[in-house]
Write a protein that binds this ligand. Sequence first.
Ligand SMILES: *[C@@H]1O[C@H](CO)[C@@H](O)[C@H](O)[C@H]1NC(C)=O
Ligand SMILES: *[C@@H]1O[C@H](CO)[C@@H](O)[C@H](O)[C@H]1NC(C)=O
Ligand SMILES: *[C@@H]1O[C@H](CO)[C@@H](O)[C@H](O)[C@H]1NC(C)=O
Ligand SMILES: *[C@@H]1O[C@H](CO)[C@@H](O)[C@H](O)[C@H]1NC(C)=O
Ligand SMILES: *[C@@H]1O[C@H](CO)[C@@H](O)[C@H](O)[C@H]1NC(C)=O
Length: 237
Amino acid sequence: MYQRTSLGYMSCKCITPFLFLLLCSSLLLSLPGSVVEAYKNYTVGDSLGWYDNTQKPSVNYQKWVGTKNFSLGDFLFFNTDNNHSIIQTYNFTTYKECDFEDAELDDTIEWSTGDPSFTNLVPVTRAVPLTKEGITYFFSGDFDGEQCQHGQHFKINVTHGQGLPESLKSPSTVESPAPTSPDDDSIPNPDTPVSSNFNNPKESGDDKEPTSFALVIRLLDMKLHMLMMFVCAWLFF
Ligand SMILES: *[C@@H]1O[C@H](CO)[C@@H](O)[C@H](O)[C@H]1NC(C)=O
Ligand SMILES: *[C@@H]1O[C@H](CO)[C@@H](O)[C@H](O)[C@H]1NC(C)=O
Ligand SMILES: *[C@@H]1O[C@H](CO)[C@@H](O)[C@H](O)[C@H]1NC(C)=O
Ligand SMILES: *[C@@H]1O[C@H](CO)[C@@H](O)[C@H](O)[C@H]1NC(C)=O
Ligand SMILES: *[C@@H]1O[C@H](CO)[C@@H](O)[C@H](O)[C@H]1NC(C)=O
């Protein structure tokens, strides 16, 4: 009688940590579901938008960048108007000079052309994907760099993160200066707000995987709970 009890006690001692280990690992395994949607979208300047400090005195884009972590596949959303442009460059000289007139096509992209036709000021929103690792600069190239010199500029360090999603892997997305090929479907059309092309079909496929995976985990959890109940009941009698 005593022996049986001690045996029961021993197997309990062995089984319980094992079960907890299983439960813990199943919890950890269900985490990739949240890791999958790690691509982030940032709104530049938050509610202030993308303007120079003569128009919005409180803008401070480097402060906005702060300690944010930018990775491949993230998007920067620029909310501005057609009196301000969006220039992205990998070339420090271009950035420092606030001038992209002499910039090479392979290191500078004009995402939105300022149109200083003051008669018709319209809002502009652009989604700019981060497709290259390393330091990336943004500024407004309008008025010979005047807006850039008035605080409309910032730099970020793009890290690898989880790498580019399939939707952004096509070379044309990475290299094309947007305005030169408005009918290329694989790049965001500079003349329309956020292209639906970025709603990558593969993304929805990816969404499915963690869901069914989580389902399996949940089933596994249920079974483990039943097993634990069974073990507890067995220990009781
Ligand atoms: C950015 O990444 C660093 C190092 O990976 C981390 O310590 C920090 O908390 C992150 N910052 C934010 C705002 O996520
Ligand atoms: C940066 O751009 C300037 C033109 O603005 C060019 O002369 C220079 O070679 C570029 N630097 C690099 C490293 O490509
Ligand atoms: C457009 O921007 C320039 C330079 O920042 C500024 O002087 C001008 O007032 C702006 N035009 C309008 C209509 O806001
Ligand atoms: C950018 O971030 C990477 C990864 O954190 C780091 O290794 C690299 O030194 C950074 N580059 C600069 C210029 O700060
Ligand atoms: C970020 O923006 C892109 C482009 O508009 C969109 O396809 C994607 O679903 C957005 N991602 C998140 C997490 O909101």
